[in-house]
Design a protein around this ligand. Sequence first.
Ligand SMILES: Nc1ncnc2c1ncn2[C@@H]1O[C@H](COP(=O)(O)OP(=O)(O)OP(=O)(O)O)[C@@H](O)[C@H]1O
Ligand SMILES: [Mg+2]
Length: 295
Amino acid sequence: MARKLAFINYKGGVGKTSLIVNTAACLARMGQRVLLCDFDTQSNASIWLLKLDRWNPINTTGQGAVFSIFDPGQQRVRDIILRDVVTDKAGGCPLPGLDLLPTSFNLVDLESEYTGDPHRPAYVIFQEQLAEVEANYDFILFDCPPNILRASQCGIFCANEIYVPANPDALSLIGFTLLVEKLSRFHQLSASFRKAVMGPPAQVHGIIFNAIKTGVDIEVPKMRMQLRLNQFRAAKRTAKEARIFDAFVRDAMVVRRAVALGLPVNLLGQEAAGDNVLRDYERVAEELLRQVPAL
Ligand SMILES: Nc1ncnc2c1ncn2[C@@H]1O[C@H](COP(=O)(O)OP(=O)(O)OP(=O)(O)O)[C@@H](O)[C@H]1O
Ligand SMILES: [Mg+2]
């Protein structure tokens, strides 16, 4: 069965999208079958991996974007997944095994314009459709915006594990605290829609520090995060195995370059070869593979 992981923090800009795209790419390189679902209304992951020339037609027509499964509701998740999404200049596939469920800017309409059937919230529709493709994957990853509104809810409802990208600052700690509060509220609200086959609602399993600048000592922010995590774990508000990852990701120019080039860091060739940040993402992927949730 696929492991379903949501990456979310209530703090924006901490590196959720960079971390999830690069980690997904490393997992695919290790032979894992990965589906990345873009639930961010800014479409950053989709624009990054598709580049503008492939993403623009999806955005203009709405055809093939995740919002189309809700409105007009004629497409299904299985129809709009882009398989082996990364292509090279020659049209080849340099990263087989990384699939994308793309989004477009109209996903924002899910938050306000979309009414749908109140007895079938968007996250239920999504969960039913995702179930049709789950057997094709080892990992399904959800990139979420920094909130638990309807788009995020789709990922959170389906996920079994939640990972919190964080920067070594007070705002990331506040973002983590808020996230745990909002998660329990959402789990209460959605409880009557859960099916036994889905397993228990997802809790935080790990915190992953990102964009650590050279020479910056992260021991104090790490200790503060650890204390908060200990409190939540003792109160059973996170998974019992929740912990701060040993792996962390350095701040590196090549991460920003990768976005501009429309490639994950592990496909940058010479530009990333020997850069420690590539090894950081690989370590995050390895740690995720080892972090098998307790039953
Ligand atoms: N390790 C890193 N080194 C350097 N720059 C980074 C790193 N991680 C992320 N960034 C940069 O920081 C900015 C924010 O990153 P990203 O978009 O991944 O954050 P986010 O949490 O997904 O944001 P949002 O809340 O808007 O979705 C981007 O410009 C990205 O290129
Ligand atoms: Mg993002």
